[in-house]
Design a protein around this ligand. Structure first.
Ligand code: NAP
Ligand code: GCO
Length: 270
């Protein structure tokens, strides 16, 4: 805690402007809601008008005055326009959460190059595009927080997720490189590595089987997780507030794994 901070202010985001990409639902929605509850003015984007309208209603129900924008994070022109609109509507962005992401679960021998490129474009190239667009404003104002949403697959491989693991491994190193390049401008760039979280992205891995049993992968994750449960988007709220706040001003280039202990555990003996 630096001399200008008090315990009451070190986790406060009052007066800060936050952009959470892909925050129409899932992890991004929970993080954007948390940053707003901590005092930030929040903006989010997604590609679908339907998702945007649904999300705005959900934010309103939660008492969050979020600003929503349609923008595809892989399109640099759309991202530049997005940042300009947020700066017009809310002010210079203090906090960026690169959350938007997809996964394709296809064996490499069956995955097309186009499918591989689509995943890498969204999960690795887009965080570069968005960070590049917000860094000038952070440098001008002398502070900034960038949080990249990484993954267990930033550390581990798994069958059928080659593109995703390559992208999330690269995102870990992009996080460290932004730290290296802009730490001197008082910009902290860290990652959050969620474990297995119950969202639409992982719904296929949790489907109840025809015989009423749990999905085999669901059972596998429960055996691999010391907490013996799937994470929820809400489990990521505190870590996100910490990395977005003054409390983490000397934390840089770090990937904070929020995984219930998966990475520390060999797995329950069958
Ligand atoms: P999700 O439920 O599938 O939500 C993804 C969000 O990203 C949606 O709002 C989607 O909205 C948006 N999006 C996708 N492509 C986009 C694009 N090109 N431009 C703008 N928005 C885009 O995913 P999630 O489970 O919440 O995951 C969020 C992040 O956490 C991802 O980076 C994921 O890799 C990571 N993660 C997830 C887990 C997990 O277990 N769920 C664990 C570790 C890491 P539109 O489709 O409307 O654009
Ligand atoms: C998968 C899952 C994971 C999670 C997450 C784990 O198919 O293995 O979707 O990739 O989404 O990334 O941290």
């Amino acid at each position: 805690m630096t001399s200008s901070m008090t315990f009451e202010t070190m986790f406060s985001l009052k007066g800060r402007v936050a952009l959470v990409t892909g925050a129409a639902y899932g992890i991004g929605f929970a993080i954007a809601r948390a940053l707003a509850k901590a005092g930030a003015k929040v903006a989010f984007n997604c590609r679908s008008r339907q998702h945007l309208e649904m999300a705005l209603e959900e934010y309103r129900k939660e008492g969050v005055d979020a600003r929503g924008y349609i923008a595809d994070v892989t399109e640099e022109t759309q991202v530049k326009d997005l940042i300009a609109k947020i700066e017009r509507d809310l002010g210079t962005i203090d906090i960026l959460v690169n959350n938007a992401g997809i996964i394709k679960r296809i064996p490499m021998t069956e995955m097309s190059v186009e499918e591989y490129r689509q995943v890498v474009d969204i999960d690795l190239v887009a965080p570069f595009i968005v960070a590049k667009a917000v860094l000038p404003g952070m440098i001008r104002q002398g502070h900034g927080k960038i949080i990249n949403i990484c993954s267990m697959m930033s550390e581990l491989g798994r069958e059928t997720v080659s593109a995703y693991a390559a992208a999330k491994g690269g995102l870990k190193m992009l996080t460290r490189n932004i730290c290296a390049e802009y730490g001197g401008a008082n910009i902290q760039c860290n990652g959050i590595g969620p474990g297995y979280i119950a969202t639409p992205q992982t719904a296929p891995l949790r489907e109840i089987q025809p015989d009423g049993s749990r999905h085999p992968f669901d059972q596998f994750i429960l055996a691999k997780t010391p907490a013996a449960r799937w994470g929820t988007p809400e489990d990521l709220e505190g870590p996100a507030i910490f990395l977005a706040s003054d409390a983490s001003d000397f934390v840089n280039g770090h990937i904070l794994y929020v995984d219930g202990g998966i990475l520390a555990y060999i797995g329950k003996q069958p």
